[in-house]
Write a protein that binds this ligand. Structure first.
Ligand SMILES: [Mg+2]
Length: 199
């Protein structure tokens, strides 16, 4: 039996502010100040409140991801969360893994960039996986808890990793049905609180 609980983290929308980074780029290249959206866009991408036609979104996100070091320069969402996560890391009471679906076409150093982003925040040497199949991966890795801001990923974990407790990061675009069906955390302090209450 493993001795430490295995705690998993999504990056984008949980601790990394990719929406800020993307939106800034989008305004620059499209000459916009605000974005528009349609319901089908939200449905298609399932989580984010993009106020932008789909074709524009696709081309903008490709050019966004190809900017040199864009994933290194991305801000984090909440300094308290980063500090708390680092404190939990230093306690050495948990196995920590990061799983991100980042895999932009034509960007070959996304892993190195992501690793540098984590290192910059004092989050060293934890396994980092780049995969869209988070459910299968959580199952294979024996992850006990996983926090994500995507309805699709939460559902995927429910379907494919019965031993993982999925936790929703409470963002405006997370659906009510997800928030009803799994524990929801407003920040990482609450996430670890959920972990501790279920060990
Ligand atoms: Mg995410």
């Amino acid at each position: 039996m493993k001795d430490k609980p295995h705690i998993g983290f999504d990056l984008d929308g949980v601790i990394a502010d990719w929406i800020y980074s993307y939106t800034k780029h989008s305004h620059k290249v499209n000459g916009t100040k605000t974005m528009r959206t349609t319901d089908s866009d939200i449905e298609q991408f399932s989580l984010y409140p993009w106020y932008q036609p789909r074709d524009e979104f696709i081309s903008t996100i490709k050019s966004w991801a190809k900017q040199p070091n864009v994933f290194v320069k991305m801000p984090h969402i909440d300094s308290s969360d980063i500090n708390y996560l680092r404190a939990m890391q230093n306690l050495n009471a948990y196995d920590i893994s990061f799983i991100t679906a980042r895999n932009p076409p034509g960007v070959h150093d996304v892993r190195e960039q992501t690793r540098a982003w984590l290192d910059k925040r004092g989050l060293h040497d934890h396994p980092l996986y780049l995969s869209k199949n988070k459910g299968e991966l959580c199952d294979a890795l024996g992850i006990d808890f996983f926090i994500d801001d995507s309805d699709n990923n939460i559902e995927d974990i429910i379907l494919h990793s019965p031993k993982t407790v999925p936790v929703a990061m409470n963002r405006s675009y997370v659906s009510k049905s997800t928030k009803r069906s799994v524990p929801t955390a407003n920040n990482l302090v609450e996430y670890f609180g959920i972990v501790r209450s279920r060990l």
